[in-house]
Design a binder for this molecule. Structure first.
Ligand SMILES: *Cc1c(COP(=O)(O)O)cnc(C)c1O
Length: 378
């Protein structure tokens, strides 16, 4: 067998690798319509899922689309003890021409491989990653919402499955993809959300896993997130772990500052920040909208001072799930910085409109960001 795909039982043609076993009990039309009418976020899952196994020395094998359901894991599986896991998040959109499309999936595929490498997990070939998205989107095409602003959120993940309690990288892994129809991530985000400045906890340190999209980062952030909620805030503002001076991320989103001199600033990718696809896209769109888009460190002090002088016009967060969300205030133990922003004329709103019009296919895809996943019979 030819193997462009390294270390693999799966041949060079990723599209021929998958077998499909259809669900015998797909959700009934009435229930599906009810779910799609108000999808919320991450609450309902489609009828199918993708699974691909990995083992040494064989490599990737048995790519399949099967009915959605529980996984069987040996209780000694490495993921359950040492947290060897990475994941991704991207969306599938239904366009007016009857095609399903997804947004810049090659970046997610590359990031997934980088995250896996950081967690000493096997790297899934890019072509298999993208084909797995296409396979699931086609199998569950009826689950992609029609209404603008809604989409099918797709969640690829990779877990270490070797049953062995010694501490070393697992020699077996399972890749999976599940999908969930998604509406709006934050209930009332138009006015902007509040962030809680955590003085107790950090998300990522130098040499750690901050640049990898792994469950461990999230596990470590949940207590801070709980404190944020207790203070009436939607998300945590994480600063650098060593000095707690520099702004890093807003919960699970990248953060942007818009200044009155037409400059848009986001912190640089120095290893502790996740390189968001939305972040990269916002930088590009902002430049083409005539802003100076700059990657440089921003301190809490600068945020506070610039908010008071009025030089700071808006703060917003960017990520696939919530797209672009204004940040109305930063709250801390002895701190309150207000950056009202918001409104349809805001920079955040204009960037959001530019981005979503490309994603939902209502404006020309001038950067060739959308990947066609094929037509569906509606
Ligand atoms: C996924 C994620 C983001 C946003 O990345 P996108 O590719 O834009 O969705 C930002 N920060 C963290 C910590 C993330 O996990």
């Amino acid at each position: 067998m030819t193997t462009d795909i390294q270390h693999s039982h799966i041949g060079a043609r990723a599209d021929e690798a998958f077998r499909l076993r259809r669900s015998t009990r797909p959700r009934e039309n009435g229930e599906l319509a009810r779910v799609l009418g108000d999808p919320k976020f991450g609450e309902h899952f489609t009828d199918h899922m993708v699974l691909i196994d990995y083992s040494e020395p064989g490599g990737w094998c048995d790519a399949r689309v099967v009915p959605y359901g529980p996984l069987t894991l040996d209780p000694a599986s490495a993921v359950l003890h040492y947290g060897q896991e990475v994941f991704e998040g991207l969306k599938v959109y239904r366009h007016a021409d009857g095609h399903l499309r997804t947004f810049r999936p090659e970046i997610n595929a590359r990031r997934f491989a980088l995250s896996a490498a950081r967690l000493a997990l096997p790297e899934l070939p890019e072509s298999l990653f993208i084909e797995s998205i296409r396979q699931l989107a086609q199998a569950d095409a009826g689950w992609v919402p029609h209404q603008s602003g809604a989409s099918l959120y797709v969640r690829p993940f990779l877990i270490a499955t070797e049953a062995f309690l010694g501490v070393r990288p697992s020699r077996q892994a399972t890749y999976g993809v599940i999908a969930s129809p998604a509406g709006s991530y934050f209930a009332d985000a138009d006015e902007g959300i509040s962030l809680w400045l955590s003085r107790d906890y950090s998300r990522a340190g130098l040499g750690g896993t901050g640049a990898a999209k792994c469950g461990g980062n999230y596990a470590a952030s949940l207590l801070a997130q709980q404190q944020a909620h207790a203070h009436g805030c939607a998300q945590v503002l994480f600063t650098d772990a060593s000095t707690r001076t520099w702004v890093e991320e807003a919960g699970s989103m990248n953060i942007f500052f818009a200044f009155s001199d037409q400059t848009i600033v986001t912190p640089p990718l120095t290893g502790t920040i996740l390189a968001g696809v939305t972040r990269d896209s916002v930088l590009r769109l902002a430049r083409d909208m005539g802003y100076r888009a700059v990657e440089r460190p921003v301190s809490i002090d600068e945020w506070q001072t610039a908010a008071v002088t009025g030089e700071l016009r808006e703060v917003f967060a960017a990520g696939t799930a919530a797209v672009i969300t204004p940040i109305a205030e930063l709250v801390g133990d002895d701190l309150l910085i207000e950056t009202p922003g918001g409104g349809t004329e805001s920079i955040a709103a204009r960037l959001r409109a530019e981005l979503t019009s490309i994603q939902y296919g209502t404006s020309h895809d001038r950067y060739a960001w959308m990947l066609d996943l094929g037509p569906v019979d509606s």
